[in-house]
Design a protein around this ligand. Sequence first.
Ligand code: NAD
Length: 457
Amino acid sequence: MKPPSLSTCSHERIQPFGIRSPNSDFTLSQNAKTQNGNITPLEVAIQQLDLASEVLDLDSTVCEILKKPKRSVIVSVPIKRENDVINVFTGFRVQHNDIRGPYKGGIRYHPDVTLEEVTALAMWMTWKCAVADIPYGGAKGGVKCDPTELSIGELERLTRRYTTEILNIIGPYQDVPAPDLYTDAQTMAWIMDTYSQFKGYMVPEIVTGKPVNLGGSEGREGATARGLTYCIHEAAKHVRMRLKGATVVIQGFGKVGWNAARFLHEEGCKIIALSDVKGGIQNQKGIDPIEVYEYQKRAYPSHYKGTLPLEYDGCTRITNEELLEIKCDILIPAAMENQITEKNVANVNAQVVAEAANGPTTPEASKILVEKGIFIIPDILANSGGVTVSYFEWIQNIHREHWTREQVYSKLRCQMVKAFKDVFATKKDYETDMRTAAMILAVGRVAAALRTLGLWP
Ligand code: NAD
């Protein structure tokens, strides 16, 4: 076995802000109990690391170092609600590893956020940046809250207070946040402004995923989905699939799911099912995601994220569970962790599973997908387009440059195709599956950097 190579290794719209659900009686926590009874994301992340370490025959101390984050911070975030009552939320920032560059990772707002989940996501960021071969480490943040229950003013106060609480551990060369679940360009603008107010001058490079008029990169909003599409192109060559007419099922119609639907629709794929937290729609004749998006915008003009129109013309209403079992060419989980599990994997009927979400498949289920001959584009590769364009945004900010969308996407394509090829080459070298190959490549790169530096003092 060879060691992994160390050296090589839109018209987009910024949606108007506001995360309220159109149904006031609807809360995320009632609908997102997907992890109950399943292995936790941190257990998954550690199992994956153990497996890669074993294959790489890593020194056990290196593996021990990589199993633990360098820093975990829990903060309390008090804010005044619209009714003048003060609520205290809990926030987290976990910095897993920065040996290859500043910590980098999104911030999510969700009622189910825990320190454990954020730790797993931070670890995955370290591997993702290593697979994409960009000079960043891994971090993640979150605030335990239901953003659909907060007003825009409350979200702004929550974001600014959370930023203040983590101010001394973030910085353009220290830790650079980005959007994730239920946070967006507006959230990043508030973080940038809060940080800059303390500094006394504007520091756009403190966050990525900002609005373009505040130094955000062209194409960042669709970057994760664009990168995913480039990976799907590469995978299609290996499974000899024609993308024109290929059937696609997408779970999650947020920043990543909606853009993936749009880009694949433009490529001539047939989107046969879509879903969000409340459920999904299916139409074997094909769904036009742009029409659905426009309908959603018309139906919920004051909310940037209404829910899918579940009674959409010609479509059958389905549950998220049913959606994952629809026969299709490409299945894209683009919502939460732990969606494809031992319970439903036997019924997954796709040729390619492209993991836009982080950790959507449990290790057991992943093994079964491989046994079934399904080609997996693992999360740390599939969704690395987001952090890659974040890296481009950071470079543009530091140099006070502004690249065109064409420049951004052309550089992104090069990075994604190279990352896919690196993973595929590792898969062949180690005679393993794509996920294990991606982990071997990533952990190998990080461990090599650790070995070169040695332990100080
Ligand atoms: P988002 O908040 O914009 O959208 C999330 C979507 O998932 C919404 O449509 C929501 O209704 C749906 N959803 C939430 N819970 C669900 C559930 N239990 N079942 C089904 N659908 C559910 O978030 P996003 O930025 O699109 O992120 C989606 C996933 O992609 C997350 O796992 C995130 O970590 C990952 N990711 C995002 C980026 C990025 O650039 N935004 C980059 C890499 C990875």
